[in-house]
Ligand binder design. Structure first.
Ligand code: PL3
Ligand code: FE2
Ligand code: FE2
Length: 251
């Protein structure tokens, strides 16, 4: 009885110590080994996806400006930020001694890229904004928020700077859609039905490589849904409409 008490006391002490360390020293969370071949191999694809994504985001904002010429200045600013992001992530790959697999990344984006080009040709601004400023930005925000927790110190700093910009981009699309909701709701719903499943597929496709980087699939999905649903709410959609839109990811 006496002994038992002692052990319990010690265990309590131990677990208190752990809680204290974890809550005051987040660095004690295990980071992956950034020097292994398996880390570098997964990074060559993920890094390429991010570099390609930033380049396409740049191109998309320039394209969107052709549909809203009076927003040229603002959209050019957003596009410039994307080029800075691309440079930052290129440096992250270089820092780890990884060569980005750009061919893989081009294929990764090809369906979404195609849908954006079709919408652009048709002058479907709502669809273009949904694809770039909502879906792609929310995807980027989810990925970067999760990555920051497990990145090497160099990449962590860069990604922290980038993710702040991505919220501005998401906000840009959000404000335009909010102001024009009355005329764009139907197109928004249609475009979402076509493109949200693509984002879900892309997330599934990247999940294995992401897990090598210690990024959890469920966490990525959760972060995406938060950014996506928050935005739809801000745009002015009601709970039922948001649920209906989110449901497009699971059919
Ligand atoms: C918009 O500004 C940029 C769009 C980029 C899309 C990125 C999606 C990334 C999915 C992969 C998750 C890994 C993140 C790791 C960062 C090096
Ligand atoms: Fe970006
Ligand atoms: Fe962006």
């Amino acid at each position: 009885m006496h002994n038992e008490l002692k052990i319990t006391d010690m265990q309590t002490l131990e677990s208190n110590k752990k809680t204290f360390e974890e809550s005051t020293n987040p660095i004690s969370i295990d980071l992956p080994d950034f020097t292994t071949d398996s880390y570098k191999d997964a990074y060559s694809r993920i890094n390429a996806i991010v570099i390609e994504g930033e380049q396409e985001a740049h191109d998309n904002y320039i394209s969107i400006a052709t549909l809203i010429p009076n927003e040229l200045e603002e959209l050019t600013k957003l596009a410039r930020m994307e080029m800075k992001h691309k440079k930052g992530f290129t440096a992250c790959g270089r820092n780890l001694g990884v060569e980005a697999d750009m061919e893989f990344a081009k294929k990764f984006f090809s369906k979404l890229h195609g849908n954006f080009q079709i919408a652009l040709e048709k002058g479907n601004l709502t669809t273009c904004l949904l694809i770039q400023a909502i879906l792609i930005e929310a995807f980027a925000i989810s990925a970067y928020n999760v990555y920051i927790r497990v990145a090497d110190p160099f990449a962590k700093k860069i990604t922290e700077g980038v993710v702040k910009d991505e919220y501005l981009h998401l906000n840009y699309g959000q404000e335009w859609l909010k102001e024009n909701l009355f005329t764009c709701k139907e197109e928004l719903m249609e475009a979402n039905k076509l493109n949200l499943p693509l984002i879900k597929k892309m997330l599934d496709e990247v999940a294995d490589d992401a897990s090598v980087l210690a990024m959890d699939r469920e966490e990525l999905m959760e972060e995406f849904m938060i950014a996506y649903q928050d935005t739809l709410m801000e745009i002015g959609l009601d709970n039922r409409e948001i649920a209906r839109m989110a449901m497009a990811a699971i059919v």
